[in-house]
Design a protein around this ligand. Structure first.
Ligand SMILES: [Zn+2]
Length: 237
């Protein structure tokens, strides 16, 4: 991932990291939430920010809640991946950072993927780390669940974060309109009730639960569009 010529690195545009001197003068941490629907590039951006921070000589912890791969990893659909620590239910994130300090490890920033699955209490801990330990905390996640209501972790982030950033990579509904809703689909039908935490990939698997991003109208009406856009490849002949 290291560019051959750092001066020409096009990812510099994403970097909001001040120089070390400016950082000490500011001496505050921040809590930021980057949100968007599935497949909008959240994990890619998480890895990019980690890369940019590390290049400034800063040390970070990568955290993930309910990782989709089995081993805790922040992985993007573009193929990038980095090992991460899995945030367990009830884990105290302030204690986690203190443990790293106790071992002599520096922690300047946190990257938290799948942050929608954090508890409200864990988001409170992230705010405390930003305020008291002056960490820069970057959270990435979905805003709303398949019922179109805010995840508890996302709700708390909306309440507490210093910065809210809607990720600008637009994900389109099959009709071409902007998709904001993560519909849960089972046997070709949009499901609107059930457990919030049900981790599945977005790739279509016969007879299993999958997710599809829809515009509000087609989320409301449950219209999944023509078969071709659901991943059932049309023949070219
Ligand atoms: Zn639509």
């Amino acid at each position: 991932m290291e560019p051959s010529n750092p001066a020409l690195d096009p990812t510099d545009a994403l970097s909001s990291v001040p120089t070390a001197g400016a950082r000490r003068a500011a001496a505050v941490g921040s809590l930021r939430f980057f949100f968007g629907p599935m497949d909008c590039g959240k994990s890619t951006l998480a890895l990019q920010i980690d890369h940019n921070q590390a290049r400034q000589g800063r040390s970070g912890l990568l955290l993930v809640r309910h990782d989709r791969s089995g081993t805790p990893t922040i992985s993007s659909r573009m193929g990038l991946a980095r090992r991460a620590l899995e945030v367990q239910e009830g884990m105290d994130l302030c204690a986690l950072v203190r443990e790293h300090w106790a071992r002599g490890a520096r922690v300047d920033y946190l990257i938290v993927d799948e942050a929608q699955f954090l508890s409200a209490e864990q988001v409170d801990q992230l705010a405390e780390l930003a305020d008291e330990a002056r960490l820069d905390v970057y959270c990435f996640g979905l805003a709303t669940d398949f019922r179109s209501t805010l995840f508890p972790g996302s709700q708390r982030l909306f309440e507490l974060a210093d910065e809210l950033n809607a990720i600008q990579v637009e994900v389109l509904c099959w009709c071409g309109l902007s998709g904001r809703f993560n519909a849960r689909v089972h046997d070709g039908e949009v499901v609107r009730a059930g457990s919030t935490v049900l981790v599945a990939d977005t790739a279509p698997v016969a007879d299993e639960v999958r997710y599809q991003v829809l515009c509000r109208k087609h989320y409301r009406t449950g219209d999944l569009g023509p078969a071709a856009v659901r991943g059932e490849q049309l023949s070219l002949t």
